[in-house]
Design a protein around this ligand. Structure first.
Ligand code: AMP
Ligand code: MN
Ligand code: MN
Ligand code: MN
Length: 276
């Protein structure tokens, strides 16, 4: 059984409509799918409708950006109520934060001698409200300033790079609470992707997440090398967590796995699916 509990649509920084993400999942043989757009619940109702008509199991979701110290951490909320008022209100706030941040990022680029990049983002993605750094990366590629997304993040947009603008996302414990209050399971997304010097420092994040009431951990993810699965598996066992897995699909690309094509979970681990 192929499961994918972490995917994006064009409601955030993905390329496809929510319904299309579901259709692609069906084509890829996925039978349990969650849509987890960044800081928005918007695509879930349309995706759920499509999933019902295509006969696959759908789990509404979100990927919340939150602050933990100086880092921006991602927590997916699985099986949240897409109509939860408090969570939707936070998403509205975050949307404004993203708008303000986009203007500031644009200013940074101007100072770096790259003018009109936000205009280009809006031209390339006229429908997108939820502007992300990934959209800026695409605009930089379009202008041939960088070769690919990774280069855009390394040179300009990544943490502490010249066009990096920190944002006041909700704090990690608050994100965990919001997801639970909306009926969801909080899952620490791609734990190996954050910048830490040591595994021990990284484990402190896992510990804080658990203390805040976190429940799941992405053991395999399209956003992290399968090389790290064993360490994540240890943390699942050590902290009584439940394992989750997702492709972190955004678009069809050679660099990233397709929907459901991330490394499967190791056998015998408690899986978040048991909680639904
Ligand atoms: P934002 O939510 O606006 O801060 O943008 C972060 C998004 O950019 C992530 O969700 C990824 O989809 C994308 N991204 C691509 N490459 C990187 C990278 N090297 N570091 C962080 N984000 C990246
Ligand atoms: Mn993204
Ligand atoms: Mn993420
Ligand atoms: Mn994601």
């Amino acid at each position: 059984m192929k499961i994918d509990l972490h995917t994006h649509s064009w409601e955030s920084d993905g390329d496809f409509a929510p319904e299309k993400v579901v259709d692609l999942a069906v084509e890829c043989g996925v039978s349990v799918l969650a849509l987890t757009d960044h800081d928005t619940l918007q695509g879930n109702l349309a995706a759920r409708k499509e999933a019902v008509s295509r006969g696959i199991r759908f789990i509404p979701g979100i990927e919340l950006s939150c602050n933990w110290g100086k880092l921006c951490i991602h927590i997916t909320g699985l099986k949240v109520d897409p109509e939860d008022k408090t969570l939707n209100a936070i998403c509205e706030k975050t949307l404004k934060l993203r708008e303000e941040r986009a203007v500031e990022i644009d200013r940074r680029f101007q100072k770096l001698g790259i003018a009109g990049i936000l205009d280009l983002v809006k031209q390339m993605f006229p429908e997108v409200e939820n502007i992300s750094r990934a959209h800026f990366a695409r605009a930089l590629i379009e202008r041939a300033i960088v070769k690919n997304e990774q280069q855009a993040f390394d040179r300009y947009l990544g943490t502490n790079a010249p066009a990096y603008v920190p944002a006041a996302w909700v704090e990690l414990p608050e994100a965990v609470k919001l997801i639970k209050a909306a009926g969801g399971i909080p899952v620490l997304a791609h734990p190996m992707r954050y910048k830490f010097r040591t595994d021990l420092a990284r484990e402190a994040l896992v510990q804080d997440f658990v203390e805040a009431g976190g429940i799941g951990l992405e053991v395999t993810s399209g956003s992290q090398s399968p090389h790290y699965s064993a360490l994540c598996e240890q943390w699942v066992r050590r902290y009584g967590l439940y394992a989750s897995t997702g492709s972190d699909f955004h678009r069809i690309s050679k660099e990233r796995p397709m929907i459901g094509a991330q490394t499967p979970l190791p056998e015998g681990l408690p899986c978040v699916l048991e909680l639904f």
